[in-house]
Every structure is written in C-alpha cells, then in structure tokens.
Design a binder for this molecule. Structure first.
Ligand SMILES: Cc1cc2nc3c(=O)[nH]c(=O)nc-3n(C[C@H](O)[C@H](O)[C@H](O)COP(=O)(O)OP(=O)(O)OC[C@H]3O[C@@H](n4cnc5c(N)ncnc54)[C@H](O)[C@@H]3O)c2cc1C
Length: 496
C-alpha cells in the first residue's frame, strides 16, 4: 500500500467514530499523515463517554424496537439480523486489535452481561412470544430463551420481581452472550494507540472553527488552539467530521450542496442512577422494555447494570431533556446558529409534522423526580427514592432533512454519512445504533470515499475483520466459530 500517493487526512473530534477511522487508516495506509483535532482535553468525553451513553453492545438481543410487527401480525427480523452482524464485525475488529496487542485488557472496555427483554400486558406478551419464535430460527439468536413463568423471571431479574404483586401477564427473553461496553475507555485506548503511530498527531484543546474549499480542491481547516490561544490553518486531502452533535454546524461551514436542507434538533438523554451496592448487586443484566405505543425508539425504557473500572452502577432510562446545546460542552447558541435560510422550512415542517414527538419531549422536560420514579417502579416496584439520582447523559441530535420519499422535514432516527460528491469530505450524523456499529459505519466511510483504493485494501481489511463481506446470518457453524474467537480475545468466554 505504501506506493499510494501520500495524503493529508484531518479527523475532527476524538469520539469512537474518528478513533475507529484513524485506526483503520493507519493500518491501511501507514504513510498517510493524520491529524486529529479534539476541542476537549481528552478523548471520549462527549457521547462516547461511559456516563453519557447506555453502554449497550447493540446486537438486537433485547431491543424490541429492532423487530417491528408487520400489519399482518408477523415480525420483521431483518433489522435485528443486520445489527447483530454489525456488532459481530465490531467484535472482530476489537479482537484483532487485542490479538495484535494494539489495545490491551479488553475487560476494561467490554464485559459479558445477559441481555433480557421484559414486557407487561397480554398484547406485549403475545408480541414477545412471536418475536422469540421468529428470531430463534436465525443462527445468531438460537440461544435465546423465552419464559412467561414468574419463578424463572425471579431468577433472571430478582430486583425487578421483588414486590411485583399485579396479575398483569409478564414475559421475558434472555440471551447470555450480551455485553456491556465502556465506549469511553475503548475510545481512549484507540486514540492513545493512534497518537503513538508515526505520521499521526492527536491535538487536544484544538477546536475546528471553519472548513473551506481551496482553489486546488483541497480543504483548509481553521483550528483554534486553546493551549496557546492561536489560530491555525491546516490543509487536507480528506476531512472526516466526527464531531458528534457538532457535526451539523461543521458540515454547514463546508458549504457543499449536501450540507443544505439538513438540520438537527438536540435532545439530551437522562438516566436515574443507583450507586447503592445493595441495590446494584441484585441486578446483573441489561433489561429492555417496550416503548409506549406511538413513541419514538429512543423512549424504550431499560434498566442496565453498568461496569466502570472496578465500580458498578445501575442506570434506568433514558428520559429526554431538551436544551439548545449540540454538545454537553456546547453553547446555548448552537441550535439558533444552525438555522439557515436553506433549512428553515425543513425545520418548521418537521415541527408541524411531528406534534406527538414534540408533545412527548415537552412532557419529558416537565417530569420531576416523582414522575421518573413512577416510571422506574414499572421496572423495580420496590425502588426507593433515596437510592436513585438523576444523571444527565449525552446529546442525541435528531437529523431533520428533506427527502424524496417523505418530503420536507423528515425526522430520521439512526446514523447517516453525508459526503461531498468528490469523496474528499464526510460527516457522520445521528446516534443510533451508534457506537456499537462504529466499525461497520467507518468501513462504509472508507468504501464510499476511497473507491479507487478499497479493492486493494480488502486483503488487509480481511486480516482485521476476517469475515468482512461474509453474511454470518446464513452459516450457523461459521457464526459459532467467529463468536468463539471473538469471545476468546475479548475475554467474554463466561458469557457463551
Ligand atoms: C443517551 C445516549 C445513550 C446511548 N446509548 C448507546 C448504547 O447503549 N450503545 C451504543 O452503541 N450507542 C449508544 N449511544 C450512541 C453513541 O453514544 C454514539 O453513537 C457515539 O458515541 C457517537 O460517537 P462520535 O464519535 O460520533 O461522537 P462523540 O463521542 O460525541 O465525539 C465527538 C467529539 O468531537 C468533539 N468536537 C465537537 N466539535 C468539535 C470541534 N469543532 N472541533 C474539535 N472537536 C470537536 C467533541 O468534543 C467530541 O469529543 C447513546 C447515545 C446517547 C446520547
């Protein structure tokens, strides 16, 4: 690969996305020069931080919103299978990095933890049973167990069954091979490793303030160096905007046609957190419920055991909180500044079309601790006020754009890569399923933006992600082998 013409690459933001892309590029083209600029003083401090997200290794083992019920009553499993495969791709890449000793101590960023779905009410029980039947036909979900038996549920989720007196039908599914992922720690490990490479520079306290196309087609990136309060100008052949919530404002600075008619609406996540060891010890799983009818996927309630180094907590949520900032460390002017003549109608149309979402958001903002505890008690009937505190997590910026299929002001849930027509700049927008699928998303960034290199890179990519491009969904034996190899390197064996 070293005979390729040397390129200057700029990565904006030290979250999981830029850290993953930088790691790939260093392996594929060691001679290319990478500069990563991060406004804060260390990596993984915004959405990728362990306290700012739920740390679920999203593999569709428990998230009910990944299996939609069709009008004819059947359950669509295609999204669940895709997300499961994408998480397997992530685990292959992380395993490779551990095997090569590029990152060490995997238990510091990934831990085995059962993934459980829990539903209440006959309709939801019926749905869960149908979902279980549909999924258990697929190789990746064969280990899923289903129960309607309260005694079995008491063994799986004792904290949630204690004090449960109602006769409402309940049911659950369980997969032991789920994970809790500390994406903050993983981001820090990847970024530290990147910084040690020749030809890679990681600059903290450096905020990108402008991005302009030069006459020669390359990009001039303006950076405020807060260490010595100077303004710097750097030139790149390829720019990746991995700035999380701030990606939309930076994309707008580029003025590329693809940056028009897109807006973002900031919604913070909030969780109730318990650090009381007596409570924490009683719940060792991630338990996802069903979102209330007609509510967006981000409203799916879940109760998660979380591991932070040697400490452990329980998180319940997410609740939504609205504020004008695009990053936790952002400015109150972020949202107002993102409104431009080209996206004003887009944003207004989204507001008019999505009244239920707006109503839901307002209701969430008006919630007090008593209301939140009431929600929690649907999961943990005996929850005591004094054991739970409010934690404000990361920002989710809902992408709002005009589309051919849905017209003006369509709200898109999920992640999206926006790129310039000439493949010299790409931005990652959106949050879900997010960090878990960062490896597949960044492979997609590489495929779409470096088409002239991608075929030659394939052998090296296959060294890093051995089953890249192979559908594991169809091959039970191969899938088992891949899972076992990943579990070995990532120290997840007790979960299998
Ligand atoms: C409440 C919540 C729960 C979630 N739960 C999960 C989960 O359970 N599982 C999962 O897989 N995903 C989850 N996600 C999604 C996941 O956190 C994100 O998809 C992922 O962290 C995004 O990574 P990123 O690198 O794009 O952004 P970030 O981690 O936000 O990183 C962006 C970086 O860019 C920097 N930056 C911004 N502007 C500039 C600038 N102008 N100049 C320089 N640097 C800049 C920021 O400081 C930041 O460090 C959740 C998200 C939220 C909000």
């Amino acid at each position: 690969m070293s005979n390729h013409q040397k390129k200057e690459i700029i990565l904006i933001g030290a979250g999981i996305m830029s850290a993953t892309l930088g790691t790939f590029l260093k392996k594929l083209e060691p001679n290319w020069h990478i500069k990563l600029f991060e406004k804060l003083d260390r990596a993984g401090e915004e959405s990728s931080n362990e306290w700012n997200n739920a740390g679920t290794g999203h593999a569709a083992l428990c998230e009910l919103n990944y299996t939609v019920e069709n009008e004819d009553g059947s359950v669509d499993t295609s999204q669940a299978a895709r997300i499961n495969e994408q998480f397997e791709v992530s685990k292959q890449f992380w395993s490779y990095l551990v095997k090569e000793q590029e990152i060490k101590s995997p238990q510091e960023f990934i831990r085995p933890l059962p993934h459980i779905s829990f539903v209440q009410g006959q309709d939801n029980v019926n749905f869960l049973r149908k979902r279980f039947e549909a999924l258990s036909g697929l190789p990746m979900f064969t280990d899923m167990e289903f129960t309607e038996d309260p005694e079995t549920l008491r063994q799986w989720i004792p904290l949630m069954m204690e004090g449960r007196t109602s006769n409402t039908p309940i049911a659950g599914t369980k997969v032991n091979s789920g994970t809790d992922v500390n994406f903050g720690e993983l981001t820090r490990k990847l970024t530290k490793n990147l910084a040690q490479h020749d030809n890679a520079e990681v600059h903290y306290q450096h905020t990108v303030t402008d991005i302009n196309r030069q006459a020669d087609g390359r990009w001039e990136v303006q950076v405020r160096n807060f260490k010595d309060n100077t303004l710097e100008h750097h030139v790149a052949d390829f720019v990746f905007i991995g700035a999380g919530g701030h990606a939309i404002p930076l994309l707008q600075k580029t003025n590329i046609p693809e940056s028009k008619h897109i807006g973002g609406f900031p919604i913070s996540g909030a969780f109730l957190v318990s650090n009381n060891p007596e409570v924490v010890e009683q719940h060792d799983a991630k338990v996802y419920g069903k979102e209330p009818p007609g509510k967006p996927p981000m409203t799916v309630p879940h109760l998660d055991r979380r591991y932070f180094g040697n400490d452990s907590s329980l998180l319940f949520g997410p609740f939504a909180a609205i504020g004008p900032k695009f990053l936790k460390s952002g400015s109150n002017l972020d949202f107002a500044k993102s409104i431009k003549p080209n996206n004003m109608l887009t944003l207004l149309a989204a507001g008019a079309k999505n009244m239920p979402l707006i109503k839901y958001s307002i209701e969430q903002v008006l919630m007090n601790k008593k209301d939140r505890m009431k929600e929690l008690r649907r999961f943990v009937p005996d929850a005591k006020d004094e054991d739970w505190d409010l934690l404000i997590a990361g920002k989710r910026i809902q992408i709002i754009k005009d589309t051919d299929h849905s017209g003006r002001g369509y709200i898109q849930f999920g992640t999206e890569i926006v790129q310039s027509e000439d493949n010299t700049l790409a931005a990652l927008l959106g949050e879900s399923p997010g960090a878990s699928t960062s490896v597949s998303i960044m492979l997609d960034v590489l495929r779409r933006n470096f088409p002239e290199y991608f075929n030659q890179w394939k052998p090296k990519i296959k060294e890093m992600v051995p089953y890249f491009g192979t559908s594991l969904a169809e091959d039970r034996k191969l899938l088992k082998e891949v899972q076992q190899t990943n579990s070995y390197y990532l120290d997840l064996e007790e979960s299998q």
